[in-house]
Structures are given as C-alpha cells and as structure tokens.
Design a protein around this ligand. Structure first.
Ligand code: GLA
Length: 540
C-alpha cells in the first residue's frame, strides 16, 4: 500500500463512520440539515486530506542547499531528503543527520536538525515551500539572527549523481591511546589565514604574511606558527599524492621560506573526502597526506571534521578517525602539533588528547563580533580541568584587528583568551596593524598569562549581574584575575579580595595599564566600560 492509498483508505473509513453516525441521528434531523452537515464534513475531510497529501508530496524528495559565501567560493552542497513513510514525514540531512519534528501546515514547513551527537543543540529550520524551493530561515550565528537559506529541488541528474557519488565507509582502527607527542607545552601561538582571508590565499600572500610577522614583532612575541588554513589544495596526482593548487607552485619552498623566517609552518586538511571549503580532504589518504605534509616541512596540522560527518556519525567513529591521523603524524617522525577542529562535538575535551591531539576546538566558528566572542568565551567555564601542558581547549582563532569590534571589545577578547590558556592563533592582517591592535596582540605581560608554564585554564569565580571575575593560577604562585563587564553600560566594580578567596595581596599589577597599584587595600575598585575588562596579576 502506498502512502497515498493509505491516506485514501483512512479517508474512506472516516467518511463511512461519519455517515453511519449521521444516519443513526436521521430521525431527529431534517433532510436539509442532514445534507448540509454531510456536505460540510466532506469538505473538511477533503481539505484535510488534500493539505496533507499536496504538501507531503511537495516536500517529499531531494532538496539541495548551495552553501556559498565570501569565505567559501567553492560551493558546497547540503542535501535534504524527505520521505513519506506510511503517512509520516521523515527526513535526513546529508544522508546522516536526521531531521526531527517535521511539520507541514499549508505552505509552511519546519523541522529541527541535530548536527551533533545526541544532546547537542538542535537547529530549527522554518519557512515556506514554493513550487521548487524551500525558502528557510535558520539561526546560524551565535547571536540567533536568522539567515535566509534556500533549498532547491534536485534535478533527476543531480539525484543520480548523488547516488553515484556515495562514498564507501572505510574501516577505522580500533580505539587506543596515542602516546603524547611532547609538543605544545604551552598553548600554540601564531597566525591562521582563515578569519581574515577565507579561502583566497596564495603563495605571495603567505610570504608577505611571514615577512610581516617578523617585521611587526609578532614572531618575537611568540606568534610562531603560520598556518595555511583551507584553500591551498589542488588535486591528487595519479599516485594519490595531494598536490597544492597552482596558487602554491612549490609548497616545500614555501615551507623553507617560512622556516627561514624563524617561523613554523602549519597546514590544514579534513578527515572527510572534502574540506569545509569544498577542497580535497584526506579521507582514505591519511598516511599519504601526513607524509606529504611532513615532506613539505609542516610543523602543525589543523584537521577539520567537515564532510567526515557524512560518513562517520558516532563518538567512537569520530575518535578513531582522529586517532588515524594522530598515528599517521607520529609515524612521519616529524614533530607536528595536531589541532582537532570538530567544534566540541562529543565532548572532545574528554578524549581529544588520546587521539594524539595537542588542541581541540570547543566551539563552532568564531565571528568578528561581540555576540560571537562573548558567547564562545564566557561559555568555556567548566572545561578548565581538561586543559594542561600538551593539550589545550581551543575556543577558535582570534579576531583582534579585523574591524568588527571596538578596541575595548578586542581587549576583552584577548583577555578572555589568555585567561582560558587558549591557543593564540591570530586571524588579522599583520601587514596593516593599527597601534590599538599592536597594543593588544603584543602586550608581553598579557601574553605571559596565557603562556604560563603551569598551564592552568582560568575559571569564573564571581558573577554579579553583568560583572564576572575569572581567576587563573600562575606558576610563580601568583594569580591572574580578570574582571569583565558584559553589560551595555559602564559599571563600578568594588570587590573585597576576601570575596575572591584571596587575602589582602602583597602586590597588584594592572597588565593592560602596565602599572602596579599604588595602594593595595582590602578592596579592589575600578570603573569598567561596557564590554570592557581589567586584567590583574595578583601577588599573594
Ligand atoms: C571550518 C573551520 C574554520 C575554517 C573553515 C575553512 O569552518 O571551523 O576554522 O578552517 O572550516 O573552510
């Protein structure tokens, strides 16, 4: 029985029941009223059925969302498939992520997409069905603003191509603990291309960035990893060896150039067949790619989940897949810092280090605005026990200097990241830094809080309205204390040291003002501008 047959049967059963009920009443009803009653019910049943049927039929099928923006010129496809199973609408995204709570009412459609493991937040999609489009609105950014997303009906050729392109699931190694590679005893510092340049990178740009990292003093302040993020890849040759795109004529020579500048060379790939930007990933070529990267002189690999989600879905599969590359990197014999990028799924902090990783992303992508950096930064509380020398929580690369925030907000961004012992991978253009950007990124005393050899991640110790205080223990017995004002208005902070579980300190230094407090009393008081902060080093 097809779904339509079944719907017809339900309709007929319903009508028969109604008519039987009506005939039982006939003695008490006039024929006129009986006819009108019957006609009304038939119209209602007809409307209900045609609604369900027409719109179920309209939604059923394969829809394609082309994801393309300034940062992803290589369009990626997100595929939504809806099926009507015995009258119940079912759906799936990219063949793996189930669509839940699918509702169709008139031309309105809504559903939830669980992009992560069970328990992770579900993203609501809602919109209208037109003849060949689903016009959806989706909260894709941390501030909850709705983005327009259009899914178009796939053509017969596209459906055939999707079937043909189905990628076989390769076996994964049994889960085991990869030995510590001994790297990243302090959070890695450097520069990554993605935040500022998206996927439009080339050899000339990267060389000029290497020059600028040296000339600006960034390298000497500790920013030594220069990471080519997504967008450097070309095709595989006939032996399966991944080649750079023509925009990178000689990757080994570029690696040598970077090393010649006293910097370290970082590169990017994905465990999936494609990267997030739509370039070739390392799926099925893990060892080969690890060897290629090592031969080019890579010192750092960012390994981004992306399309692996279409193949592996469980926590164990994800871990085994990351372990596969972790083991491949060790096998190269070259020290390569291993950076996982899977947005914090499956509580990666609990197992990331066991895959051989030195850092793992704990959030979806950062954006150059206050909503994004505050949502990511302040939500890291509670992860502090998972960070330490050799293995770090990574709330994503810095946006300082990219133009979307005020100086005050950028200072707060940097302060939060150093308090979190976060990797400090800058994401600006070091060739054109303003004095304000320099002052933030190059403040050595602030950087030292991040790079402290004890390797403690800070945590929240006080919350009072918009004000929060965070503390980070330092190796010399002192403690870094940061006060943040998340509110819209400036606020007066007045706190007794004892409220922070501190006795009256011997000395207090304001690390942004680069000044010792002249007069240390029982109380600390300061005026914090909206979205502003202070960062203190407190000697107990
Ligand atoms: C993902 C990552 C980003 C960046 C892009 C590149 O979105 O989270 O940091 O690497 O992919 O395509």
């Amino acid at each position: 029985m097809t779904p339509d047959d079944r719907a017809d049967n339900i309709a007929i059963d319903g009508i028969v029941l109604m008519v039987v009920a009506l005939f039982k009443e006939r003695g008490r009803m006039q024929t006129y009223h009986l006819r009108r009653y019957l006609a009304g019910i038939l119209v209602l049943i007809g409307m209900t059925l045609s609604n369900g049927r027409i719109h179920a039929a309209e939604l059923t099928g394969t829809w394609i969302i082309n994801v393309q923006d300034a940062n992803t010129p290589n369009a990626q496809e997100v595929v939504l498939t809806f099926t009507n199973e015995n009258g119940v609408m079912k759906g799936v995204m990219n063949g793996t992520s189930p669509l839940e709570d699918i509702k169709v009412q008139g031309d309105q459609v809504s559903f939830l997409v669980a992009l992560g493991p069970p328990g992770s937040p579900k993203i609501p999609f809602a919109g209208v069905i037109t003849a060949d489009e689903l016009q959806l609105k989706v909260p894709l950014t941390p501030d909850g603003k709705l983005t327009d997303v259009v899914a178009r009906r796939a053509t017969a050729d596209e459906i055939a191509a999707l079937q043909a392109a189905k990628i076989p699931k390769l076996p994964l190694p049994p889960i085991r603990d990869v030995p510590d590679n001994g790297l990243a005893s302090t959070p890695p510092m450097g520069w990554g291309s993605y935040n500022r340049f998206g996927l439009t990178i080339d050899d000339k740009l990267i060389r000029s960035i290497a020059d600028a990292l040296v000339d600006s003093g960034m390298r000497d302040a500790g920013y030594i990893y220069l990471e080519l993020d997504d967008g450097w890849q070309g095709e595989r040759d006939s032996n399966g060896v991944l080649q750079p795109s023509p925009k990178f004529p000689d990757m080994k020579a570029l690696g040598d150039y970077i090393h010649g500048k006293g910097l370290r060379f970082g590169i990017y790939s994905s465990p999936g067949p494609k990267t997030c930007g739509g370039f070739i990933g390392s799926y099925g070529h893990e060892e080969q790619d690890a060897n290629t990267f090592a031969a080019w002189g890579a010192d750092y690999l960012k390994y981004d989940w992306c399309t692996a989600v279409n193949i592996y879905t469980t926590a164990d599969e994800m871990r085994a897949d990351y372990q596969k590359m972790g083991e491949a990197l060790i096998k190269t014999g070259r020290p390569i810092v291993y950076s996982l990028c899977q947005y914090g799924l499956f509580s990666v902090w609990q197992w990331g280090a066991k895959t051989g990783a030195n850092l793992w992303r704990t959030s979806f992508d950062i954006k150059d605005n206050w909503e994004s950096i505050s949502a990511i930064g302040f939500s890291q509380n509670g992860l502090e026990d998972y960070a330490g020398p050799g293995h770090w929580n990574d709330p994503d690369m810095l946006e300082v200097g990219n133009g979307g925030m005020s100086t005050e907000e950028y200072r707060t961004h940097m302060t939060m990241w150093v308090m979190l012992a976060a990797p400090l991978m800058t994401g600006n253009d070091p060739r054109e830094m303003t004095d304000e950007t320099r002052d933030i990124l190059l403040n050595r005393e602030v950087i030292l809080v991040d790079q402290d050899s004890l390797g403690r991640q800070g945590k929240r110790i006080m919350e009072r309205g918009a004000i929060q205080a965070w503390a980070k223990e330092l190796d010399d017995g002192s403690v870094a204390i940061a006060f943040f004002n998340r509110g819209q208005d400036s606020e007066q902070v007045t706190v007794k040291w004892s409220e922070l579980n501190l006795v009256k300190p011997k000395a207090v230094r304001d690390l942004w003002k680069k000044m010792d407090l002249a007069d240390v009393t029982d109380t600390y008081a300061s005026e914090l501008p909206s979205h502003g902060c202070t960062l203190l080093k407190v000697t107990k």
